[in-house]
Design a protein around this ligand. Structure first.
Ligand code: IPM
Ligand code: MG
Length: 360
């Protein structure tokens, strides 16, 4: 008998609900193809939770996530809540969820699919072979340091504090070395050690951890230079590890290199096998409810869930192969479509992937 995996599902806002619906179809198909069973429970999260429960992260949702083996998240946010006070913003709920669940490591693969090479703004010869993972520290740094304002003779002054402890750096860097060891054994550690004290500590810790990984080739790259190198030699990167805010910025840049942000998945991990999985893209309120969204990023996030939380490599690879087959067959949602005739709706794309899972 299959062990039942508990998955907490947070649809969130905008296109979140539509893309999650397609991912749930894929889970159902997994139950019919493999010896797995899921117990799925949905929770309110983000803007919709502000509207319906008065908080972006209601305590019932947090409890639901804590009891689950993994969390699947759609997307949060939208103009409706943009001018709300801090505690009533969807993003505040997202940061609290990461912190409460101890998800200090954010893994964002940026892979160029050969058949979508033309979707990128970068020349194909520069882009060819690009396949990297950005490992972003997720629960420290300037995102979580003290923040305040004070009145001074020069008017108001606002302060955001960036702090990192050795142990916070060590655990994320160790994980990045482990990932690099299983891939092409190249790690780029990104910092601003020529200016920031946190970066100088970061670099020291990286050097220390590196002694345990002599098989991994390490380079230190300053963040401004890294932004440039990503455009100049994207295919030369394997694993990038960096602190919270640099990772936020660079992972968007890496994602856009591929030209298809609707295709990119992510995992947020802590200690143990528990993880939160979500597409890299946002809630895209402008196209919400129109069946225009690409569900592939969310479906590939499920593949990551099987790979990293459930250790079900065969299921992960079935999902990935199904996505590849559907794309190779020319199926496209509007974000990656070449001609209007070939366009599939969100739900048609989900159905095509589910069908392909039975044949790959
Ligand atoms: C991301 C997002 C979030 C972040 C926002 C929505 C708070 O940009 O997941 O990259 O900055 O971490
Ligand atoms: Mg971001």
């Amino acid at each position: 008998m299959a062990k039942v995996k508990k998955i907490a599902v947070l649809r969130g806002d905008g296109i979140g609900s539509e893309v999650v619906t397609e991912a749930l179809k894929v889970l159902e198909k997994c139950e019919s193809l493999f010896d797995v069973k899921f117990e799925i429970e949905e929770g309110l999260f983000g803007g919709i939770a502000i509207d319906e429960a008065g908080s972006p992260l209601p305590s019932s949702t947090l409890e639901l996530c804590k009891k689950a083996d993994a969390v699947l998240l759609g997307a949060v946010g939208g103009p409706k809540w943009d001018n709300n006070p801090k505690e009533l913003r969807p993003e505040t709920g997202l940061l609290a969820l990461r912190k409460e669940l101890g998800l200090y490591s954010n893994i964002r693969p940026a892979v160029v699919f050969d058949c979508l090479m033309d979707a990128s703004t970068i020349k194909p010869e520069v882009l060819k072979g690009t396949d990297m993972i950005v490992v972003r520290e997720l629960t420290g740094g300037i995102y979580f340091g003290d923040k305040f304002r004070k009145d001074t003779a020069e008017g108001q002054v606002a302060v955001d504090t960036c702090a990192y402890s050795e142990s916070e750096v060590e655990r994320i860097v160790t994980q990045a070395f482990e990932i690099a060891r299983k891939r092409n054994k190249k790690l780029a550690s990104v910092d601003k050690a020529n200016v920031l004290e946190t970066s100088r500590l970061w670099r020291e810790v990286v050097e220390k951890v590196a002694t345990d990984y002599p098989d991994v080739e390490l380079e230190h790259v300053l963040v401004d230079n890294c932004a440039m190198q990503l455009l100049r030699r994207p295919a030369s990167f394997d694993v990038i590890v960096t602190e919270n805010m640099f990772g936020d910025i660079l992972s968007d840049e890496a994602a856009m290199l591929t030209g298809s942000i609707g295709m990119l998945s992510s995992a947020s991990l802590g200690e143990g096998s528990f993880g939160l999985y979500e597409p890299v893209h946002g809630s895209a309120p402008d196209i919400a409810g129109e069946q225009l969204a690409n569900p592939i990023a969310t479906i590939l996030s499920l593949a990551l869930m099987f790979q990293l939380s459930f250790d079900e490599q065969e299921i992960a690879s079935t999902i990935e192969k199904a996505v590849k087959k559907v794309l190779d067959d020319g199926n496209r949602t509007s974000d990656i479509a070449v001609s209007p005739e070939s366009k599939l709706t969100t739900s048609q794309m989900g159905d095509a992937i589910v069908e392909a899972m039975g044949t790959v």
